[in-house]
Each structure stands twice: as structure tokens, then as C-alpha cells.
Design a protein around this ligand. Structure first.
Ligand code: MG
Length: 434
């Protein structure tokens, strides 16, 4: 045992541990364990009933256990007597394969066998809204182009700086915070790292932002499109593949964009599976109001509607912002942090293995001239189409396991059906007099 959590508890004066796991819907679930019991929990794990979370299990399944990963330990900066741990789910002595952190680890193992290591950074956009969720929290934040608005940013200095200070303390290397393109919307950036570290941090970041916002009497939402007239919450993912030592970026190459042949194959893989990946990257009913959206108040949606890539051009699904790095702009704030990374890696590895060609770079404004592009695949218009694409994706079924994909599609299809049982005001407005 590399790290003895009981010892850490004494040294750091930790009174409680949150032993957590993320389910297939991205919900962070935990047990709050007093320090006196952490020694046993580190070995045996914290027990949970799988059916009670969004996992494909029945009430008859035996207990599952979240075995905490000591490397993921984070002392809550805003409540230092509590520490958080990411856990891997086990049942009957074996890992739960249809659970997001295990699914990501499987892709990382596959990449490692080929000598590859995926490093990523995520840009988690969020809104600060009022506690009842009906409006943004700052009623003076009304500019038509509010991006980078210094005054609106500084009116939320107390919240933003507390979150940024926390990231500094945690050693994440935060380097900038800004007001984003929608009124009430913010983004905070920290250093990229190995995909698993980024996924764990991404989970924790959402928890931290919501917790600190609440402390200040506000509410934070990562919902993909909480306000129809405003830009939605994206969660762009910057990716590069490194050698197994993590010292050499294998995406750096000599073409005009500074990318290697390997990078283009990886990109080709993600583009090949994009319509199916939407089920993981855009996992909610609401997600499809962000992609394929009409113009917003600021003049642009900043989100894609077809499968294309450009250079340093934000109107495409994929941007190449710098040498040795690719930005995937499809993901939204509802994306499951671990499945997001697992999906990128699974599709990227397929691209490398099968030498997928991403086609030609399009140096056009997709928002203005997208209709002139011939042959580009369109993104699904709703969750059901995305789920159907995922279900029939040979690449993702093979890479991530048919049983795992079946579990995910089954649960998400139930969500789609539940949505279908709602009678909306729109239907009444448009159909009552039919
Ligand atoms: Mg942004």
C-alpha cells in the first residue's frame, strides 16, 4: 500500500473522507467516512447498492464497493477537515466494467500497451444563476457581447477567486479565469495532465464550483443550454498523445499546423465516430439545444453542427489551436468526465490502428458558409439519434465493450422515454386547435 490513508488523516487533521464514484449519468456519489474507519475502507472499499445509482443493475445485485484511489486524494479547500477520494467500483471481487472510471482505465491500459499516453485539458463553462434556477444571478450583466466583460467578472470576484485560490492550493496550475460569451457565464482554466487525472479533477471541479457558489448564496450550473437565447455551456477538450514516459508529445509534427501523421490519424478516428460519440459527449436531452442551435444574442453559438475541422478557427467541431494539440469542441457541460476521456481515447486509438483519414482541413467560417460544404456529416439532432448511433457503432462497441455500451444505451433510452411522457406547453400551444 503506497499511501496509508489513516496516517494521512492524522498528519493532515482530516476528520472525514468522501469515498466517491461517478455513475453512468455522471452523478458524483459518495459515502462520508469518519477518519477512524478509513483504514478498513481503504482495503475493502465503501459499500453501495448499485441499483440505487445510474448503473445497469437490479435490486438483487450484491453490494458493490468503491475502492478509493489514494492518488486522487483532495482536501476540500473550503472545508479542510474533509478529504475527497475518487473510487473504482468492484463487485464479487471483480471491477464493475460498466462504470465510467473503470471504462476510462481500460482505454488507458490499451493505449499504454501501444506505448501511448493521452494528456488532456478541459474547459468547463458554467453559469452563476439565482438559487431557484430561473435567471442569471447578476441582473446588471446584460451586454449583448458580454465575453471578457471585466466589470461583470469583477462583480463575481469573491466566488471566482475562491475557486481559483483553491486550484492553486491543490496544485492544479490554474492560469486564467474569464467571463464567457453568455451573460452570467464563466470559464476557468487549469493545466492539462494525464486523462485520468483530468477526469478526476473535472468531477471534483464541478463539485467544487457548485459548493463554493452555494456558499456565496448563488447556484452554478453546467447545463448545456440553460437559456435558449444565450451561448450554451461547452466543455472543450484539448488532447495530445505522448510517449509512455510522458516526456515527448507525439502530436508535434512538421506540417503547416505543427501536427504529426499520428495526430491526424487520431483526429480521423474521432471524426469517424463523432455521431456516436455524441451520446457520450452530449448526453442529455438538453444537449441538443446547444449543438445545432440557432444564433444567440452574442451573434454566435460557438458550438458545431457538423463533423469538420479547421485550423485556429472556432466555427468547426475540431480546432487546431497550436502545434501538437487538437481541441475537440463537441462536448458540453453535462458530459460524464470519465466517459468523455474514454470516448476520445477509444475513437482516437481506432483512428491510429485503422489509419483513419480526417480529410481536408476546411479554412472557412462554418457559421457563414457551412451550407456550401459538401459531404460533411451532420451531428445528430437529438439524444435518441445519438444513442442509436452509439448502439450501432462497431468501433465503440469493440473498443469499450458491447455490454458496457448496452448498459449505457439502455439507461439513457429510458431517460429519453421518460422525457416522451411529458406534455409540453409547446405541444399545447401548437396542437390544441389542430
Ligand atoms: Mg469557452
Amino acid at each position: 500500500m503506497a499511501v496509508d490513508l489513516a496516517k494521512v488523516a492524522k498528519e493532515k487533521k482530516i476528520k472525514y473522507f468522501l469515498i466517491s464514484f461517478v455513475d453512468l449519468f455522471g452523478v458524483l456519489r459518495s459515502k462520508l467516512v469518519p477518519a477512524r474507519a478509513i483504514g478498513g475502507m481503504q482495503k475493502e472499499g465503501a459499500g453501495f447498492a448499485g441499483f440505487a445509482a445510474w448503473l445497469d443493475m437490479t435490486p438483487a445485485h450484491p453490494d458493490m464497493f468503491a475502492i478509493p484511489d489514494p492518488d486522487s486524494l483532495i482536501i476540500l479547500p473550503w472545508k479542510p477537515e474533509v478529504a475527497w477520494l475518487a473510487g473504482d467500483l468492484w463487485m464479487d471481487g471483480a471491477p464493475v466494467e460498466a462504470s465510467p472510471r473503470v471504462m476510462l482505465k481500460r482505454q488507458i491500459e490499451k493505449a499504454a500497451k501501444k506505448g501511448y499516453r493521452l494528456k488532456t485539458g478541459v474547459e468547463c463553462e458554467y453559469f452563476l444563476i439565482n438559487p431557484d434556477g430561473t435567471a442569471i444571478s447578476d441582473d446588471r450583466d446584460i451586454q449583448e457581447k458580454p465575453c471578457y466583460d471585466q466589470a461583470a467578472l469583477m462583480r463575481r470576484f469573491d466566488v471566482i477567486s475562491e475557486i481559483c485560490d483553491a486550484m492553486i492550493e491543490l496544485g492544479w496550475g490554474p492560469y486564467q479565469n474569464d467571463h464567457e460569451d453568455a451573460n452570467g457565464q464563466f470559464e476557468m482554466n487549469w493545466d492539462y495532465d494525464d486523462a485520468l487525472v483530468t477526469a478526476d479533477r473535472h468531477s471534483f471541479f464541478k463539485f467544487m464550483v457548485k459548493s463554493i457558489a452555494e456558499k456565496h448564496g448563488l447556484r452554478a450550473t453546467f447545463m448545456p443550454k440553460p437559456f435558449l437565447n444565450l451561448t450554451g455551456n461547452g466543455c472543450h477538450c484539448h488532447a495530445s498523445v505522448w510517449d509512455k514516459t510522458g516526456k515527448k508529445n507525439l502530436f508535434v509534427g512538421r506540417d503547416e499546423m505543427g501536427l504529426s501523421a499520428l495526430a491526424y490519424k487520431f483526429l480521423g478516428g474521432v471524426m469517424h465516430s463523432a455521431e456516436a460519440l455524441c451520446a457520450l459527449f452530449n448526453p442529455t436531452i438538453n444537449s441538443y439545444k446547444r449543438i445545432n442551435a440557432p444564433r444567440t444574442l452574442s451573434g454566435a453559438t460557438w458550438s458545431p453542427n457538423s463533423v469538420t475541422y479547421g485550423g485556429n478557427n472556432r466555427t468547426h467541431m475540431v480546432r487546431i489551436p497550436d502545434p501538437g494539440r487538437i481541441e475537440f469542441r463537441l462536448m458540453d457541460g453535462a458530459a460524464n468526465p470519465h466517459l468523455l476521456q474514454a470516448g476520445v481515447l477509444a475513437a482516437g486509438l481506432d483512428g491510429i490502428a485503422n489509419k483513419r483519414d480526417p480529410g481536408k482541413r476546411l479554412d472557412i467560417d462554418m457559421y457563414a458558409d457551412g451550407h456550401k460544404v459538401r459531404g460533411a456529416k451532420k451531428l445528430p439532432l437529438n439524444l435518441l439519434d445519438a444513442l442509436r448511433n452509439l448502439q450501432k457503432s462497431k468501433v465503440l462497441n469493440e473498443a469499450m465493450g458491447k455490454e458496457q455500451i448496452d448498459s449505457y444505451v439502455k439507461l439513457k433510452s429510458e431517460e429519453w422515454s421518460a422525457f416522451g411522457r411529458h406534455l409540453t406547453q409547446w405541444e399545447r400551444d401548437h396542437t390544441l386547435d389542430c
